[in-house]
Write a protein that binds this ligand. Structure first.
Ligand code: ADP
Ligand code: ADP
Length: 240
């Protein structure tokens, strides 16, 4: 059974506006590190945001871990979102919180709010966070404020926070577009290694085709809200 199955997915941001996603079909398997590529405005972000219902689809179906995402009540949606690690273009850290607290907040799920600031975490969570911070190379920055770090370091915090959730799927929305090319490659390489290590499937919106073909084993190409390509990375390289 696929991890994620999307059928005839449609999105309009308002009733009179254009259809931004126009009937998408695809599935993601447990072993996938799948890139969604396409020109600006193709609908890549919209697609990623639909999967955890940050954007409400206007039609079609999304089946995640065997459950119908569009039929969930608020409580079940929170439970499902806890299983999805998100990594964002602008990192979405809480700047005035420490690196450590940002990572610990992943334990609440990324919708989890600032409760973490006031909450005492169990020792095992603190140890787990320290381990993850070591793994992403930030052991020396644990107690710094998030906004004291460079862009690449902040995205590493974002990665550790997502993994703190022990996610069953990672959704990445342009994880490197705020970073320079060298740092982008380091970050993608780290995400690829960690996805293997933790055995988590990845769906990654990325506009840089070069990065997608270098790090992802599967490519979905979008244009104007329609799927134009879907296959293993090698087959796309042959097609070009
Ligand atoms: P991409 O990620 O491929 O650049 P997006 O999903 O961000 O594409 O955007 C696809 C289209 O949807 C664009 O035309 C964009 O202007 C429109 N769009 C995105 N978000 C919204 C929104 N919140 N309200 C209305 N239109 C939106
Ligand atoms: P990007 O293409 O880098 O995702 P954009 O600058 O297109 O970012 O969009 C930034 C924010 O504005 C996003 O939250 C997006 O959903 C929203 N947005 C984009 N296009 C529109 C639009 N036409 N109307 C309303 N909101 C939009």
């Amino acid at each position: 059974m696929p991890v994620l199955e999307v059928r005839d997915l449609r999105v309009r941001y308002n009733n009179t506006g254009p259809e931004i996603l126009r009937g998408l079909d695809f599935s993601v398997e447990a072993s996938d590190f799948c890139a969604v590529i396409g020109p600006s405005g193709a609908g890549k972000s919209t697609l990623i945001r639909c999967i955890n219902r940050l954007v409400e689809p206007s039609g079609g179906s999304i089946t995640l871990f065997g459950e119908d995402m569009l039929a969930l009540n608020a409580r079940d949606l929170r439970r499902m979102r806890r299983r999805i690690g998100m990594i964002f273009q602008e990192f979405n850290l809480v700047n005035r919180m420490s690196v450590m607290d940002n990572v610990l907040s992943g334990r609440l799920g990324y919708t989890g709010s600032l409760r973490s600031v006031f909450r005492l975490f169990p020792r095992e969570d603190v140890e787990k966070a320290l381990e993850l911070l070591a793994r992403v190379g930030l052991s020396d920055h644990v107690n710094k404020r998030a906004d004291a770090l460079s862009g690449g370091q902040r995205q590493r915090v974002g990665i550790a926070r997502a993994l703190m959730q022990q996610p069953d799927l990672l959704l990445l929305d342009e994880p490197t577009s705020a970073l320079d090319p060298k740092i982008s490659r380091d970050v993608m390489s780290l995400i690829r290694d960690l996805a293997r290590e933790f055995d988590v499937p990845v769906l990654c919106n990325i506009h840089d085709v070069q990065l997608a073909t270098e790090f992802c084993n599967r490519i979905i190409g979008l244009q104007d809200g329609i799927k134009k390509f879907d296959g293993p990375t090698e087959t796309m390289q042959k097609a070009n």
